[in-house]
Design a protein around this ligand. Structure first.
Ligand code: HEM
Length: 384
């Protein structure tokens, strides 16, 4: 998408897309304006899960204030920086187990491994599963549901899309039933899981309803897994495409935070989000009308040369680096600290264990999606 952003940004910060009857917002200031201004730009894009099987409670991602504010405050009670930090030792253990499995498979020699399948994909799924109190024996089932939520169509034929929608609806129903049980098991227990903290979170006698809890659990899988996988893989792609940055990090692992922030800017795992205009308003000199859809291209804003010097260059020491990879305003990513912690642990653990690593020259298959930026597999050659 990057050459396209460059071409669009040279024409203007906001452009009309006649084919999809929507506005494309590319400029950094304009993107912030839209995301900050939630009264004019609604997140109630669709009613969550309204499909053949009936309705589900909308998740916070698709709600506006005042309901969004109330739910997010309740969720924040459970999803605290302290709760995330307390998970660090578990993330480290899970990472080391995955690396050990990777090594066993390659018998300690130099071999090719797929970074996605071996580490970047399983790590976030296992972390979320544990946080939600899913027992290890249910993990495979849980993985399948999680995949189904974000699976893109293999092609764009109507029957392929219909088939995917039907499978997804069935998966969502199973997942809902499964989570109902999990909630039952953890209700009234303060067992340190995120799910028990969510159940007991209370403000002024209000807590999350069962339907809201279920929608939130589903949102965690949909919003947290593939995005984190892509952050880990995109960071390795950045490092292997920029040997000087890789050498710097090897020399000084303290640069890891900068590497992750710059990856988020340069290869943003989420390239775009959207809003619906609630009242006529002007953005970047263009007149948006009530009911219009606005697509906010975070990946383009992150390469706006009015904010970032040499925007198309990967500079891990870039400072300041106020990218918008996690959004902006009231819907700012709830999982940002967790995603960064997982990426940091995954990259440093690999760095400390490998002698040599390089990308296997091959054409990478991008994930089919207008909003997610990542590849389906990333073969690397590793010497342990
Ligand atoms: C919201 C990106 C990882 C949970 C968002 C938004 C973005 C984003 C751009 C805002 C969407 C909007 O305004 O429409 C990312 C990226 C990730 C990541 C790039 C990884 C690198 C995670 C993880 C979790 C998570 C690990 C949870 C475990 C959420 C939730 C929201 C959200 C719950 C909705 C917040 C709200 O509506 O108030 N994320 N995310 N994300 N993210 Fe993430």
């Amino acid at each position: 998408p990057f050459p396209w952003y460059r071409a669009c940004l040279s024409q203007g910060t906001v452009l009309r897309d006649e084919t999809s009857q929507s506005w494309d917002v590319f400029g950094y200031e304009e993107a912030q304006f839209v995301l900050k201004n939630h009264a004019h730009f609604s997140s109630q894009r669709t009613v969550d899960g309204q499909n053949v099987l009936g309705n589900y409670a909308p998740s916070i991602l698709n709600l506006d204030p005042p309901r969004h504010t109330q739910l997010r405050r309740l969720i924040n009670l459970a999803f605290t920086p302290k709760a995330i930090a307390s998970f660090q030792p578990r993330i480290e253990t899970i990472t080391h187990n995955l690396l050990d499995a990777m090594k066993q498979e390659t018998q300690g020699k130099s071999t090719e491994v797929d970074l996605v399948a071996a580490l970047a994909y399983p790590l976030p799924v296992i972390v979320i599963a544990e946080m939600l109190g899913v027992p290890p024996e249910d993990r495979d089932k849980f993985k399948r549901w999680s995949d189904l939520l974000v699976e893109g169509p293999s092609d764009l034929r109507p029957e392929t899309i219909m088939d995917l929608m039907t499978r997804r609806a069935a998966g969502r129903k199973e997942l809902d039933e499964y989570f109902r049980n999990i909630v039952q098991l953890h209700r009234g227990k303060d067992d340190g899981t995120l799910i028990s903290a969510l159940i007991s979170a209370q403000i002024e006698n209000e807590s999350l309803s069962l339907e809201e809890l279920l929608s939130f659990c589903v949102l965690l899988l949909a919003a947290g897994n593939e995005t984190t996988t892509n952050l880990i893989v995109n960071a390795w792609r950045c490092l292997l495409e920029h040997p000087e940055a890789f050498a710097m990090l090897r020399e000084n692992p303290g640069l890891i935070d900068g590497v992750i922030e710059e990856t988020l800017r340069y290869y943003s795992p989420v390239q775009a989000t959207s809003r619906i205009v609630t009242e006529d308003i002007e953005v970047g000199g263009q007149k948006f009308s009530k009911g219009d859809r606005a697509v906010v291209w975070l990946g383009a804003a992150n390469r706006d040369s009015r904010i970032f010097e040499n925007p198309d260059t990967f500079i891990p020491t870039r400072s300041p680096n106020h990218h918008m990879a996690f959004g902006h305003g009231i819907h700012f990513c709830l999982g940002a600290p967790l995603a960064k912690l997982e990426a940091k642990i995954a990259i440093l653990a690999m760095l400390s264990q490998i002698d040599e690593v390089s990308a296997v020259p091959t054409d990478l298959t991008p994930i089919i999606s207008g909003f997610v930026y990542g590849v389906k597999s990333f073969p690397i050659q590793v010497t342990w």
